[in-house]
Design a protein around this ligand. Structure first.
Ligand code: ZN
Length: 268
């Protein structure tokens, strides 16, 4: 059974619903989420409810942590958004729903290791990095300029690690090297014997690789998908969605900076 991997939704329901439709259209029935369900965007409750309903499990991202506990290293715009998001959860009139959402957020794990059904390779899933699961960024530049950092990260990866957090999709190998999906040919990366990989699935709700389309990935086992490979592979997917719907909601909420809507058009 292929597994769709989504991350960094950031309370963008227009993007999330479009991605879920795309996943359904492809007949992929299993979805996991790498965190940052909320923060920045206008639809935190709707996004948390959709993830609760549709995903096998989700991790905790730094923005989920910021809303539930306290914002750590947030810039003023992100902090203001976190406080506004917190109010939206607290304002829920249904006590049952309020409790269910807090319970869901409170149980989010920071690290999961699993071999997906039908998969051949165990996946370590974290929001940020294997060293600091909630807060560390692994930037594409690190593959060139941070050999010690990359070594420290790969020491904590058995085979394949899946991450989000930077909102930039692509594959880090333990060379170290970084391959954006556009350099992978068919946007697929085949897991290989003797090579470790950190796969960033990109962001559903706030892409930052100058491509404004929502980003996610699908992990296929050896006997799944179009490619037949001994260890399986990951396919990167981009989907255009209604950015106006999200940006106009952001403009209508004083606590959310207009820039949070503007940046969606440029994918930055
Ligand atoms: Zn994020």
């Amino acid at each position: 059974m292929p597994t769709a991997v989504i991350s960094d939704i950031h309370a963008n329901a227009s993007a999330l619903k479009t991605v879920l439709e795309d996943i359904d259209r492809r007949g992929v029935s299993r979805i996991i989420c790498l965190g940052d369900i909320v923060g920045y965007g206008p639809d935190p409750l709707e996004c948390v409810d959709l993830v609760r309903q549709r995903c096998a499990w989700s991790l905790m991202g730094n923005h989920d942590f910021g809303v539930l506990y306290e914002p750590t290293n947030f810039n003023p715009g992100a902090e203001s958004a976190a406080f506004w998001t917190r109010e939206q959860f607290a304002k829920e009139p249904s006590e049952k729903l309020l409790a269910e959402r807090y319970d869901f957020l409170g149980r989010l794990r920071v690290r999961v290791v699993e071999t997906p059904p039908g998969g051949a390779v165990p996946l370590l899933a974290v929001h940020g990095s294997p060293r600091r699961p909630i807060n560390e960024y692994i930037f594409p530049d690190d593959a060139m300029n941070g050999p010690d950092k990359m070594q420290g990260i790969f020491e904590r990866v058995d085979k394949v690690c899946i991450v989000g957090h930077t909102h930039v999709p692509g594959v880090f190998t333990d060379e170290p090297d970084f391959y954006p999906p556009s350099e992978l040919g068919d946007a697929c990366y085949r897991f290989m014997e003797g090579e470790k990989a950190v796969v960033n699935v990109g962001s559903v709700g706030q892409p930052r690789d100058l491509d404004p389309r929502a980003s996610y990935a699908i992990v296929f086992g050896p006997d799944e998908g179009a490619q037949k490979t001994p260890l399986g592979y990951v396919q990167f997917v981009r989907v255009p969605y209604d950015i106006d719907a999200t940006a106009s909601k952001i403009r209508g909420i004083p606590e959310l900076s207009d820039w949070l809507g503007e940046r969606l058009y440029d994918g930055r």
